[in-house]
Design a protein around this ligand. Structure first.
Ligand code: EPZ
Length: 425
């Protein structure tokens, strides 16, 4: 288990290149299963979750390789249909193979995804929608078995605009018989990115990115080439780090139109925000102003930026209120931030953040991907050297996090946990 040693007090300055979005790439990889042949994905981030999804695809019979910067997924005519526990346990997003496997083979055996540190991560909306398409579901030994004699188009209204449920149903519907309508669908940019690749494969989809998506099933799809949409969460993580350290950071490759509300909140907090084609820049000198924010499904404020924003606001000149509506346990990391001197009180879905002039270094531990990145941001600001454990979580979602931060002027070192402190390897 590696750890980071982060020395605080150095403003971040400069330009950071943004990768393709983790939360699109994983689904695009699963979508490749829908067509025999070789699908090519560009701008796939080199992160642990992508490697895990690659191993899932290999277990299903595919060959996955990076060739001069692009990921090639070679899908055979017959694919297996079991996603094993040892991989699903590592990454609950593996459940996203359910829709493609049912569409291609009419069956799927997927280990039930465990919960994780931000909440229960249920899949009832995925299953309710698939059952409306004629899928029969049973369970044994921690596995979900799904069977379908042939997927039928259906009209499905989601109780909640679940990203994963929208994606699984979208990928099941493209090869179903007849028309499927998904109402109250998720509108995240990653959904439109998935729909774009499915259309390139020959799918008939309209309305992706709106609350109502209509899919006309087709008999078969062909492999495609696709460029993964830029990672809006990665981009905003670096922009918020720049603001928190009183620096000036440009995220190149980022799309400002995917960050409207986030950039508006940073401007409300006193940041200078500038954006053009292919870049977004945020600068702040002095303490941020207090700002309230509420996480909601897109286009609301992204839950994946809640921890990072909490760190920024823990330095504000005033009191902010953060409301987390998407995951029930996403304030777990606050206890770690309190150890660094933040003044935050959580009450159910709300957190009252009383800004302080600074934070202090302390040994902390990252409970999940985004909280880990947020604790690094806290370390970049804190007085002293902060040790952050659980770097393997950060590796799941950020390519070369310490390298990119170092280029921006951060003093951050990665240490192997196995070496006893003081006797560094
Ligand atoms: C995706 O998770 C992302 N992960 C998450 O990013 C992101 O936070 C989330 O969407 C919301 O934007 C990937 O894309 C791999 P949901 P997902 O289904 O699909 C409840 C990160 O750090 N729900 O929209 O799991 C669920 O419990 C990760 O990159 C049900 O109740 O999100 C949660 O409270 C973290 N039943 C809420 O909906 C269901 O069947 C949002 O879940 C499905 C979801």
């Amino acid at each position: 288990m590696d750890r980071y040693l982060v020395t605080g007090g150095r403003p971040l300055h400069g330009r950071v290149a943004i990768n393709g979005a983790k939360n699109s790439a994983l689904k695009l990889m699963a979508a490749a299963l829908l067509a025999e042949g070789t699908t090519t994905l560009r701008s796939v981030p080199r992160i642990a979750d992508v490697s895990t999804m690659g191993r899932v695809l290999e277990r299903l019979g595919c060959a996955v390789a990076f060739t001069d910067g692009a990921m090639e997924i070679d899908v055979p005519s017959n694919i297996a249909s079991e996603a094993p526990y040892d991989l699903v346990r590592q990454m609950r997003a593996s459940i996203i193979v359910l829709g493609p496997l049912l569409a291609r083979t009419g069956r799927a055996r997927v280990a039930m995804p465990g919960g994780c540190n931000i909440g229960s991560r249920k899949i009832d909306l995925h299953l309710k929608g698939l059952e409306r398409m004629g899928v029969e579901v049973s369970y044994d030994h921690g596995y979900l078995n799904a069977r379908s004699p042939g997927l039928e188009g259906a009209t499905i209204t989601l109780d909640f605009p679940s990203v994963g449920a929208t994606e699984n149903l979208l990928m099941a519907a493209v090869l179903a018989k007849g028309t499927t309508v998904i109402d109250n669908a998720a509108r995240e940019p990653e959904i439109a990115d998935l729909a774009e690749m499915l259309q390139a494969m020959g799918a008939h989809i309209s309305g992706a990115g709106t609350p109502t998506i209509e899919i006309e099933g087709v008999a078969g799809l062909k492999p495609a080439h696709h460029d993964v949409v830029p990672d809006r969460i990665e981009a905003a993580t670096y922009l918020i780090a720049g603001a928190a350290t009183c620096g000036d950071v440009t995220a190149s490759g980022a799309r400002a139109d995917h960050l409207d509300l986030v950039l508006a909140k940073l401007a409300d907090a006193g940041c200078d925000v500038d954006a053009g084609s292919g870049f977004v820049r945020v600068a702040l000198s002095g303490r941020p102003r207090a700002v309230d924010f509420v996480t909601l499904p897109y286009p609301g404020f992204p839950t994946d930026l809640q921890p990072q924003m909490m760190v920024l606001l823990s330095l504000a000149d005033g009191t902010s209120i953060a409301t987390e509506n998407v995951f029930e346990s996403r304030f777990m990391f606050v206890d770690e931030l309190l150890r660094m001197g933040a003044d935050i009180r959580t009450e159910g879905h709300h957190a009252v953040i009383r800004g302080r002039p600074g934070l202090q270094a302390a040994p902390v531990r990252s409970p999940d991907i985004r909280a880990g990145a947020a604790l690094v941001i806290a370390g970049l600001v804190a007085d002293g050297v902060t040790e952050i454990g659980g770097v393997e979580y950060i590796d799941r979602g950020y390519e070369d996090f310490e390298g990119k931060l170092s280029v921006l002027g951060a003093e951050i070192e990665r240490r192997d946990r196995r070496a006893p402190a003081g006797l560094e390897a």
